[in-house]
Design a protein around this ligand. Sequence first.
Ligand code: KIV
Ligand code: NA
Length: 263
Amino acid sequence: DYEKMNITKIKKAKNNKKLTVITAYDALFAKLFEEIADIILVGDSLNMSFAGENDTLSATLEQMIYHTKAVCKGAKNSFVVMDMPFGTYNNETQALKNAVKIYQETNAAAVKVEGGENRAHIVKHLTLNSVAVMGHIGLMPQYVRSEGGYKVRGKTKEDVQQLISDAKAIEEAGAFCLVIEGVMSEAAKKITEAINIPTIGIGAGSDTDGQVLVWSDMLGFFEEFKPKFVRHYLNGAELIKESVNQYRNDVQNKTFPGKEEEY
Ligand code: KIV
Ligand code: NA
């Protein structure tokens, strides 16, 4: 019962149906997620999982556009959102110029930007100029260096109030949807109840209007560690290593290729 999403349907999903969001970085995997996930996010997490960097900050606009083009080609039937990378939306003019470039060069339906009250004026400028924006508050990976680490949010009354103000500011600025990352479940619930656009949680408990996971995390391709909020739906790394080992064995003992695999 897959239905291709658009802004209207996503907004209507609030209090109606839980939204399933997954990241993708290339056409091959995007195609596998097409017509299953409601939204495919080309997250700048690809800078870590695919490019091997320590954080998302060095992701570039060109790099993100390259991956987004591939995802859109692989999943033509999907609602694709592209993360605007660090440093590409520091002021209204720069943000709009880069968002227009994203719309012109890819088929992304929307962009995602990190920030709350501090960035609401930028979100407003984008939405006033017909760019669809997904917000992202709570633990914001693009702030890792300025914050001195990844810190779960919403542990104090004051912080919960700040997060609610952030959510309201982003909603008021015209965002159609809001990612809440790394936030205490109780706080995420309050944020979700405080706004009328759907919230998409990651490490934010079960009371958000939807969930998002990084595909390589949820499919078990990332072996170094498993964050608490990740559920492994596949032992990807194990299965791949077993298969490649089998391939090597077959090459070494000359059982690959067989007669049926020859010209
Ligand atoms: O970059 C990313 O994958 C994200 C999601 C985790 C929300 O921003
Ligand atoms: Na991101």
